[in-house]
Design a protein around this ligand. Structure first.
Ligand SMILES: [Zn+2]
Length: 430
């Protein structure tokens, strides 16, 4: 298949006259220019559209889509992450298999409509009954993701304690992974029933949810198997206070002491991570996954990303609670949060003053790296995962090729999305 759009994002800029050749397996073979004498004729023309790598949503809890519109009134006074979490546990306690499937499918379809072609589903709601380790919801979440046609990394989550040193309580009992041995047994079972475009990642929910021994064991075995490793870190100040009280160290410092390296490690949120801790995490190859819309909704705080980026750290993006599913908004709020924090503009720019392409990398290439996938770039060897943008959309009126990415990120809504392609398969009339 030869895809030819009016404009194609080739990594640094939009170019015209590009033809993307893909193979029958759904990977990109090579990029041709119209001027190449041997360039094959286009078989799939995207007239009036721009082609970008499909967005990578590196952190989602699909079922939390069920909380949208709930908990936004505050009769008992100001809420917090912790009062929101109680509402989430109420949802968990009442959720049966079919409503769970419907919520997952709803979230995944909305992602696809928002230009997302890959999801990292950080999945911890494993069981249909409390304390009965049936892992019934693992299969359902994979089926829903396949039905929506998303490339999916099931970030299968280890969750054993309700708080540091405490047993699981209430809704948390649906999350239980009683031991690393049982966790890996379930990982092996899942590996045998993955659909095409589905892979697995190793996860410990947070420092609240596992002992240091179990954290070390899950990380070590993930590394041995060549899997990425994800964990929630330092979203809330209380989480840091608890770790300091119990272990005498911050959660990020504990990761440093226990994991040794941040290679293939993605830390979700890092809202309150110190510059010293960020120096280690960024310096040894870690990725920070920020979720600006969820962090805003939950009132988490504003991360200081500057020392992390100076240390060489990479940033990716997640829709997390799925209160709103929009990679375009996540990209703009990644920068806006930094502007509001510093009272400056262009905080995440590079030495040349470029900004938007780095926001796009967070929503594509660097999310793919965090998930261990060859996608997120329109380049040979990558999966043919694309989003097509309608250039005649009113949101983009007045944009030229040089300003198109800025207009898209800072001024456009999902109505500009003309279609998506996963592994060479188009949907949505793209
Ligand atoms: Zn999360």
């Amino acid at each position: 298949v030869i895809v030819a759009a009016e404009l194609t994002w080739t990594g640094e800029a939009f170019e015209s006259g590009v033809r993307v050749e893909t193979d029958p397996e759904g990977r990109i073979l090579r990029l041709w220019r119209d001027s190449d004498t041997e360039a094959p004729a286009p078989t799939h023309r995207l007239r009036g559209q721009a082609l970008l790598p499909g967005f990578v949503n590196a952190h989602s809890h699909a079922f939390q889509r069920g909380l949208r519109g709930r908990g936004e009134t505050f009769p008992a006074g100001a809420g917090s992450f912790w009062t929101w979490r109680e509402a989430m546990y109420d949802l968990v306690s009442s959720l049966e298999a079919e409503p769970f499937r419907a919520l997952c499918l709803q979230a995944f379809r909305e992602m696809r409509a928002a230009g997302i072609t890959t999801v990292g589903e950080f999945h911890y709601l494993h069981h249909s009954q409390p304390e009965v380790p049936d892992f019934a919801f693992d299969r359902i979440v994979l089926e829903a993701a396949a039905e929506a046609g998303l490339r999916t990394v099931l970030l299968q989550t280890f969750y054993k304690t309700g708080a540091i040193g405490k047993a699981l309580e209430g809704g948390q009992r649906h999350f239980a992974t009683p031991s690393p041995a049982l966790y890996w047994q379930q990982m092996d079972a899942l590996a045998n029933r993955l659909a095409p475009h589905q892979t697995l990642g190793g996860v410990v929910h947070s420092l609240r949810a596992a002992s240091l021994e179990d954290l070390a064991a899950i990380h070590q075995e993930s590394r041995r198997r060549g899997l990425v490793f994800h964990i929630h870190v330092e979203e809330q100040r209380k989480e840091i206070e608890d770790a300091l009280a119990y272990y005498g160290r911050t959660p990020m410092r504990l990761l440093q002491d226990i994991l040794g390296t941040a290679e293939k490690v993605t830390a979700i949120h890092c809202t309150h991570t110190t510059p010293e801790d960020f120096a280690w995490f960024g310096g040894t190859g870690g990725t920070a996954c920020l979720c600006p819309l969820t962090e805003g909704n939950l009132g988490d705080g504003l991360c200081n990303l500057i020392p992390f980026r100076e240390a060489g750290g990479r940033v990716c993006l997640g829709s997390d609670s799925n209160n709103r599913i929009s990679s375009l908004e996540e990209m703009r709020w990644l920068e806006y949060a930094q502007r509001l924090r510093t009272e400056r503009r262009g905080v995440l720019r590079d030495e040349e003053g470029q900004l938007s392409k780095h926001l796009l990398y967070a929503a594509t290439r660097d999310g793919a790296r965090a998930l261990g996938l060859e996608t997120g770039e329109i380049a040979p060897g990558n999966w043919a995962d694309f989003v097509a943008i309608a250039l005649d959309a009113p949101d983009l009126a007045g944009a030229r090729p040089e300003t198109l990415l800025d207009a898209l990120i800072f001024g456009a809504s999902e109505r500009v999305i003309a279609g998506t392609c996963v592994g060479g398969e188009w949907s949505d009339g793209g």
